[in-house]
Design a protein around this ligand. Structure first.
Ligand SMILES: C[S@@+](CC[C@H](N)C(=O)[O-])C[C@H]1O[C@@H](n2cnc3c(N)ncnc32)[C@H](O)[C@@H]1O
Length: 186
């Protein structure tokens, strides 16, 4: 990750200490950076951009030529994400799409080998099912907030753990967790 992108994340870390914003934050960000560094995905998608924190983490760690599609429902947040991504020097790597991910995902042309799901908790399974036809075999799908929203995510967790389409495990972060699932095929 470049110095400029790191500086942007530090600035956002400071801002989110004063105003609560539900971004993935440092520890989960480091975990995602390590996962990307290890598996070197090239086509990433995220559902839920907010201010672009996780977009900068993902895009900033992709290997050369890597691209991220970041989908955000809220027009204003989509604009902020675009601005922050540009300030981090990552504009050429990130395409921000404003819209409901459930409607946007079926129209995306790429095949993705990395996905972060971090939007409306009760919709996670719908996002995943819309995304699935676009997932490359071996793709990594990370779902945020699986401890604090465990009951809302029951159907999602049952699906990734028992459908036979994923190898899935929980990554614990004390107060919260992420579900890390590898797509093994339909
Ligand atoms: C928890 S925040 C995302 C935080 C971001 N991933 C980060 O860590 O920097 C959730 C975002 O999902 C967006 N959202 C909610 N429902 C959505 C949907 N159906 N499609 C796309 N975005 C959605 C919200 O507007 C909000 O900005």
């Amino acid at each position: 990750m470049t110095k400029r992108a790191r500086a942007m994340l530090s600035q956002m870390d400071r801002a989110t200490r004063s105003w609560f914003l539900p971004v993935i934050g440092r520890d989960k960000g480091r975990f995602i950076a390590r996962l990307i560094d290890k598996h070197r995905p090239k086509r990433a998608v995220e559902i839920g951009s907010l201010i672009g924190y996780s977009a900068i983490v993902i895009a900033g760690n992709l290997p050369p030529g890597g691209r991220l599609v970041s989908i955000e429902l809220n027009t204003y947040m989509g604009r902020i994400t675009g601005r922050n991504v540009a300030a981090a020097g990552l504009k050429s790597r990130v395409r921000v799409i404003v819209g409901d991910a459930r409607r946007v995902l079926p129209f995306l042309g790429s095949r993705f080998d990395f996905a972060l799901i971090d939007a409306a908790k009760e919709e996670y399974l719908e996002y995943l099912r819309a995304l699935e036809p676009r997932l490359a075999k071996g793709a990594w799908v990370v779902a945020d907030n699986t401890k604090i929203f465990k009951s809302q995510l029951k159907d999602y967790l049952a699906y990734v753990r028992r459908s036979g389409r994923y190898e899935s495990r929980e990554q614990d972060f004390d107060q919260d967790a992420m579900e890390v699932s590898r797509f093994v095929g339909a």
